[in-house]
Design a protein around this ligand. Structure first.
Ligand code: DAK
Length: 268
């Protein structure tokens, strides 16, 4: 991937560990003065960086993180404030670049510390799983601004934590701490703040050693669980499962197990 400098994010390609390991992308949201409030500039850059990693054959997965104080405190309220309905509707207020993340076919880990509010919580939920620091706080406080969540908060949150807690969070605007978020199933694990990056790195490095085909197929199949009835999801999974038997990586993975050696996947 061509490394380029961004204004609102920091982007690095990091090597995986092990002889045949792929690399992983590391994206840090970086508008510290506004607690990483998400404006067009940031969302454009995030989308561009994600798509570049997705297109890079040497990259297995991507970590998206923020600062210790804020993953992101939501969409930029200063930008949204002056809009009226006709303009918001006609111009597609902050819509254009919010769906890019959904185009990414490689796994994305959100490593969240501090505030993940409104659009910040929605970006984290659009990632494939969330590792939270013990100081993380999640919420959909849009109700306090006279609006509702607009980037999936009323849809992904109930799927993650159930109707009652999603209603509670969206209707009261309260924040949920990391312990509650883990108990509710929004985050996959909680670690001390000082260990957040090491934990995300460990997860990314594990994926760097696997078959990229199998990683992408896993993501596609789990995502199907949220988009289709169970019978269709199960059929989709079965087809992908069978399809992977045409890959060199399936022969290599199973062969390496039987020969009691480490696999060397070639992503074919
Ligand atoms: N926008 C703009 N600036 C923000 C911001 C935000 N969301 N959040 C914080 N900041 C700025 C503050 O204004 C302050 O700037 P200065 O005054 O220093 O210039 C600076 O960041 C530090 O914030 P505080 O001084 O407030 O820091 P505190 O520690 O006291 O409080 C806080 C932290 C996170 C509790 C507080 O800043 C806060 O409540 N922030 C707002 C949180 C919020 O309401 N978020 C939801 C915004 S609505 C859509 C896509 C997305 C969305 C909708 C549609 N489409 C695809 C259609 C998303 C909407 C939202 O996220």
């Amino acid at each position: 991937m061509t490394e380029r400098t961004y204004e609102n994010i920091l982007v690095e390609t990091r090597p995986g560990s092990g002889a045949n390991a792929l690399s992983y992308g590391w994206i840090t949201l970086n508008r510290p003065k506004a607690l990483n409030a998400l404006n067009d500039g940031l969302m454009d850059e995030l989308g561009e960086a994600l798509l570049a990693f997705d297109a890079d054959d040497t990259v297995a997965c991507i970590v998206v993180t923020g600062s210790e104080k804020a993953f992101a405190a939501g969409a930029d309220i200063l930008v949204m404030h002056p809009f009226d309905f006709p303009n918001a509707f006609r111009k597609g207020l902050i819509s254009r670049n919010w769906d890019t993340i959904r185009q990414v076919r490689k796994p994305i880990i959100a490593a969240v510390s501090g505030f993940a509010l409104g659009g910040g919580c929605e970006v984290a939920m659009a990632c494939d799983f969330i590792i939270a620091a013990d100081n993380a706080r999640f919420g959909q406080p849009e109700i306090k601004l006279g609006i509702i969540p607009g980037a999936g908060g009323t849809q992904r949150l109930p799927r993650a934590v159930g109707k009652s807690k999603a209603m509670d969070l969206a209707l009261t605007g309260r924040m949920m701490d990391a312990t509650e978020a883990e108990r509710a199933g929004l985050v996959s694990r909680v670690v001390p703040l000082a260990e957040l990056h090491a934990e995300a790195t460990k997860a990314a490095e594990a994926m760097c050693g696997y078959s990229l085909l199998a990683l992408m197929a896993t993501k596609e199949s789990v995502d199907r669980a949220f988009e289709s009835p169970l019978s269709e999801g199960l059929l989709f999974e079965r087809r992908l499962f069978h399809a992977l038997f045409s890959s060199a990586d399936q022969k290599e993975g199973m062969g390496a197990f039987l020969e009691k050696r480490a696999p060397g996947f070639t992503h074919r």
